[in-house]
Unconditional design. Sequence first.
Length: 580
Amino acid sequence: MKWRDRKAGELRKEHVGERLALAGWAARRRDHGGLVFIDLRDESGLAQLVINPERAPEAAKVAHEVRNEFVIRAEGEVAARAPEAVNPSLPTGEVELQVDELEIVSRSEPLPFQFDEEHVDEGLRLRYRYLDLRRARMQRNLRLSAKVVAAIRRYMDEHGFVDVWTPNFTRATPEGARDFLVPVRLQPGRFFALPQSPQLFKQTLMVAGLGRYYQIAVCFRDEDLRADRQFEFRQLDLELSFPTREDVWETLEGVVCASFEALGREPPARPFQRLAWHEAMARYGNDKPDLRFGLELHDLTAETRGSEFKVFSQASSVQYLAVPQELSRAELASLEELAKEWGGKGLAYLVFDEEGEVRSPIAKFLAGEVIEAVRPEQPAATVLFAADEPLLVARVLSAVRNHLGRELGLIDETRDEFLWVSDFPLFERDEETGSWTFSHHPFTGVRPGDEDLLETEPGSALSQAYDLVWNGWELGSGSIRIHDAEIQRRVFRVMGISDEEAEERFGFLLEVLRMGAPPHGGFAMGVERFVALLAGELNIREVVAFPKTASGSEPMTGAPTPIPEEILRELGIEVLPQPE
Ligand code: ASP
């Protein structure tokens, strides 16, 4: 017996008169005084079954037993619907199956949520993920994801990139997160680290003469989960030998456009925009600015040096945003809260009314020239100031800018803005220890000409790193790498890694770089982030089949779980009692 002759969503007028079988889930059952209608759903869509007790008394009995999400099989004849029963919103809406035989193949317990419910609790959705995945939104997202991954692979293959699998049991690969560790039974007390990225392997593959490498690589990072972060995620990971950064950018732009095309969408204009990091920070306060709206930052540091207003004159940076409307007291108070959440002390403001009159508790402390310098062209406007360390000012005003962009509807949702940000500082201060640490990863190339700054002024050295940003989301990052062992050592030293420690942790890399290493560079793009944005989803959990919750659990299988004592003993592991 064949389970089905066609898929439900394929039925069309031209099939009228055909006898066939369909199989799938009962999406909905309606009883209409004798006649029973069932929407049968499979992976292709829905078809309407009609069970008429006069035509098929046995099937009618079975139909009464059918509940939502039972698996059923129906045999019958495709018939045209009466004109008044045509459903134009359904591709199969002109026809229905007049059922002769109906079988319940598999029953379902009562559902924990209804499929057409809009706001099902996420915990419940993840606990019953297989039911959630049956729903239209998740079906669409998983299929879209598969299409994008297929398009990426096609593009990479066509452009000479070799897909190489690299190990998941390896040594620490520093990308700024904690490692997930794997104990080794045969060598108790020793651990593999799961890769935060295949960074060192892909560099090694360039030294191995591969020329062009790519992989859809799974990466593991132990860090707090957020809307755009999971413990494990996939990257389109790639590396080229003898590249300029333009070669890398061109590859990524090609991948992005191929993905749009695979989804039948107009690809974004190429080349993508470019901004140097310092310019992105100066204009948007952010290294991943959303360029779909303006509301740029302005600097007022020089103008406020001699100000009576100490909050301004004593701050190392004073910047402002000119908002094109009068904000109410309540709005200002909530923006001030937002500024504090981002580490600011507050948010000073000047409100200019329709007549151009200024309303503000700080106006009396500001010189007339300063007020005139910030007065927006149009009346009815609000100027918001932050005064503090430059990076903090940037962080606060950028958060306010993004918030206002959304709240005031300044974002042009019809636009797609792709952007390359480059020329990042090579190092940044570790917030906890105050020492220099990498801003991307320790293998990022130094901007040619900045090598001498490594010892004298590391904070001023720029890197050869670049990020790809789409509508304010960082899609990924990459760089031209260090291919000289001596420079690599010097970079380690700036970060407080002694030559001995470098040898111990990265000796193999230093050796690789001494064995004929070609200049090389690459990139990694977060696949789930990219897919989520393509799907119009704000949370990557919506495009991951079985994601972890924000607290790092997987509710369907119940992982993670405790492990029996004897297994731990075999691994040489003892679990310390957990504080309450
Ligand atoms: N390994 C880097 C990352 O995972 C990407 C790269 O530099 O190619 O972010």
